[in-house]
Write a protein that binds this ligand. Structure first.
Ligand code: NAD
Ligand code: GLY
Length: 358
C-alpha cells in the first residue's frame, strides 16, 4: 500500500492506494471518530462491495442507503433521500458518512456530509478509475441542476480516501476509458513527462496491468493533492484541473446527463481546448495531434456531439463556474504540460472550434 497526503494543515488527510484495502478493517476504521456510520452507495455497487465494507465496520452502528445508479440521479431529490435516511435513523452530528462508489456517489455523499446538521465527517472509498484519480480527492462536492452541471455544492474535505485498486476488476471498459481522460488531463496541464509515459503505457493501462494502473493512480493523486494543497478553494491554479470541462460540461448538459460519460465529455473538451489553443498559435499542430492520438488510444471520443451547434455550446458555456463578471474564461494550453486559465482568447477562433460541432 502507498499513502499520499493532501496537506491542508489541521484538515490534512491521507490517500491510501493498494490492493485488497476494502477487507482491511483497521485501515477503514482508523479515520472514523463516531459511533454512527452511514455507508452511501448505489444499486450497482451495493451487490459487489457493500457487504464487505459493512463487515469491516461491524464495531460501529452502521447503516446504509442505496441510491439509484446514474448521473441523472445526482440531484437534489436524491440528496434528500440521504437526509431522510439519516433523520429517520436518528443520525446525529458526530456521525460519519462513507461514500462507496464512483464520482456520482462521492460528490452527492460529500455534499450530504457538508450540509447535514451543518457538516459531518465523511470518508471516500472510490470504486471507478475516475473517482480514484480525481473526484474523491480535493473536497469538491455537489449535485447537478437541470440548467447546469455541478451548480449546487460545497467544498468539504474527506477524512481519508481509500483506493482499493481491485475494485477496478469489475469496472467495464467504457468506464475505465472515462477515467483515463482525467489521467491524461494531469499530463496535459502539469507534467509532460507523465504524458510521454502515458503514450508509452496506454496499451498496458487498457489491458489493466495492475502495476501500471497503480502508478497512474498514485501519480495522478499526487498531482491533484499538490494542486489542492496550494489552492483548496480554486482562487488560482486549481482551475487548471478544469481543462476541457467547460466544453465537457456543456456536452453533458446539452446531451442529457448520463448519455455522455463525464470522462468522455472531458476528453472531447480537452481536444477542443487544444484545438482552440492551436488556433491562437500557442500549441503546435503536432501537440494537438499527439493529444488526439492519445485520447483515441484510450478509447475516448474526440468529436463533439453532432446534435450540438455553436449557439447551444455558447449558451451552456455561459453558465460555467469560471465565468467572472460575465466573462467566460477557459483553460487553454501553451504546451503539453503547461496550461493557463484565460479570458484572453479570440471569440471568432472559439466560434471556429465550436463550429467543429455542427
Ligand atoms: P459514476 O459514479 O456514475 O460511475 C460510473 C458507473 O460505474 C456507474 O454506473 C457506477 O455504478 C459504476 N461503478 C462504480 N464502481 C464500479 C465498480 N467498481 N465496478 C462496476 N461498476 C462500478 O461516474 P464516475 O465517472 O465515477 O464519476 C463521474 C462524476 O464525478 C460526475 O458527476 C462528475 O461531475 C464527478 N466529478 C467530480 C469531481 C470532483 O472533484 N468532485 C471531479 C471529477 C468528476
Ligand atoms: N475536478 C476539478 C477539481 O477537483 O478541482
Amino acid at each position: 500500500m502507498k499513502t499520499l497526503t493532501v496537506e491542508l494543515g489541521s484538515r490534512s488527510y491521507p490517500i491510501h492506494v493498494g490492493q485488497q484495502l476494502l477487507g482491511n478493517a483497521e485501515l477503514l476504521t482508523r479515520h472514523i471518530r463516531s459511533r454512527q456510520v452511514m455507508v452511501v452507495t448505489n444499486d450497482t455497487i451495493a451487490p459487489l462491495y457493500l457487504e464487505n465494507v459493512r463487515q469491516q465496520l461491524s464495531d460501529f452502528d452502521t447503516a446504509s442507503v442505496i441510491l439509484p445508479d446514474g448521473e441523472q440521479y445526482k440531484n437534489l431529490d436524491t440528496l434528500n433521500t440521504i437526509f431522510t435516511a439519516l433523520l429517520e435513523q436518528r443520525f446525529n452530528r458526530d456521525c460519519t458518512l462513507v461514500a462507496l462508489g464512483g464520482g456520482v456517489v462521492g460528490d452527492i455523499t460529500g455534499f450530504a456530509a457538508a450540509s447535514y446538521q451543518r457538516g459531518v465527517a465523511f470518508l471516500q472509498i472510490p470504486t471507478t478509475l475516475l473517482a480514484q484519480v480525481d473526484s474523491s480527492v480535493g473536497g469538491k462536492t455537489g449535485v447537478n441542476h437541470p440548467l447546469g452541471k455541478n451548480m449546487i455544492g460545497a467544498f468539504h474535505q474527506p477524512g481519508c480516501v481509500v483506493i482499493d485498486t481491485d475494485t477496478l476488476d469489475t469496472l467495464d471498459d467504457r468506464q475505465l476509458s472515462a477515467g483515463l481522460a482525467e489521467v491524461i488531463k494531469y499530463g496535459l496541464i502539469r507534467d509532460a513527462g507523465f504524458f510521454d509515459w502515458l503514450e508509452a503505457n496506454m496499451a498496458a493501462l487498457r489491458a489493466r496491468d495492475k502495476q501500471v494502473l497503480a502508478y497512474a493512480i498514485e501519480h495522478s493523486c499526487s498531482i491533484k493533492a499538490e494542486i489542492v494543497a496550494a489552492d483548496e478553494r480554486e482562487s488560482g491554479q486549481r482551475a487548471l484541473l478544469n481543462l476541457g470541462h467547460t466544453f465537457g460540461h456543456a456536452i453533458e448538459t446539452g446531451t442529457g446527463y448520463g448519455n455522455w460519460l463525464h470522462g468522455e465529455a472531458v476528453a472531447t473538451g480537452m481536444l477542443m481546448a487544444a484545438d482552440l489553443s492551436a488556433r491562437h498559435g500557442w500549441l503546435s499542430a503536432d501537440m494537438v495531434q499527439r493529444t488526439k492520438h492519445l485520447l483515441q488510444q484510450a478509447g475516448l471520443p474526440i468529436s463533439p456531439p453532432a446534435e450540438m451547434d455553436e449557439a447551444q455550446f455558447m449558451k451552456l458555456m455561459a453558465i460555467d463556474k469560471k465565468v467572472v463578471d460575465g466573462e467566460l474564461r477557459l483553460v487553454l494550453l501553451k504546451a503539453i504540460g503547461d496550461a493557463i486559465v484565460t479570458g484572453d482568447f479570440r471569440a471568432e477562433l472559439l466560434g471556429e472550434t465550436l463550429g467543429l460541432a455542427s
